[in-house]
Design a protein around this ligand. Structure first.
Ligand SMILES: CC(C)(COP(=O)(O)OP(=O)(O)OC[C@H]1O[C@@H](n2cnc3c(N)ncnc32)[C@H](O)[C@@H]1OP(=O)(O)O)[C@@H](O)C(=O)NCCC(=O)NCCS
Length: 163
């Protein structure tokens, strides 16, 4: 049974463990503290049996929301059991169904891309050599009222992407 609640500073040790297991260039504690302190940011924790199993960090910059980080622990309860989806559902209910949300993702990260597509995100651009650790481009994705209809009409500088 997973419960979603606000992320707390006391979660940082567990967050950093999941972060290290999830990313080649994990965020530092300082990066989480910055986003958790940002006015209006939405930082949610998924908790199961008293321990943290995942989190999502989303911040509003100007008019649009930026999904900055989402991760689910690989072990022991593991991924692909619905935790990421539960975090996305709670995030969308917090920011509102019509919120405009953007994010960057590695084109090789098909698990995350499939999750985002399931929630109405569409690929709308690229940032060349965005990831310093691998030199990989970033795919820019958006979820807007238009992307929910399958169009990029209201996405700034949109360019359809072949994956
Ligand atoms: C991306 C991530 C958060 C997904 O979390 P999760 O709890 O495993 O996802 P869920 O079990 O809720 O899956 C929800 C949907 O996402 C998609 N998905 C998740 N993992 C997938 C995979 N390995 N392959 C294909 N689709 C996948 C599916 O559509 C899935 O729905 P389904 O199981 O009904 O088919 C997780 O893989 C993760 O932590 N990855 C490492 C960190 C990361 O890359 N974060 C994204 C940075 S941009």
């Amino acid at each position: 049974m997973i419960q979603v609640r606000d992320l707390a500073f006391a979660d940082l040790p567990q967050i950093l463990g999941i972060e290290r297991d999830s990313f080649p260039s994990p965020w530092s504690a300082g990066m989480f503290i910055l986003e958790m302190n940002r006015a209006g940011s939405v930082c949610l924790a998924a908790e199961g049996s008293g321990s943290l199993v995942g989190y999502v960090v989303c911040s509003k910059l100007d008019e649009d929301w930026h999904l900055m980080n989402i991760a689910v622990q690989p072990q022991p309860s593991g991924r692909r059991v619905g935790v990421g989806e539960q975090l996305m559902v709670e995030l969308l209910s917090t920011v509102g169904p019509d919120a405009r949300i953007t994010l960057e993702v590695r084109p090789s990260n098909s698990a995350a891309i499939t999750l985002y597509e399931k929630f109405g995100f569409l690929a709308a651009g690229r940032r060349t050599r965005y990831y310093a650790d691998s030199g990989e481009d970033a795919l820019i994705m958006w979820r807007t009222p238009a992307t929910l209809r399958g169009s990029l009409d209201d996405v700034p500088n949109a360019q359809e992407q072949n994956r």
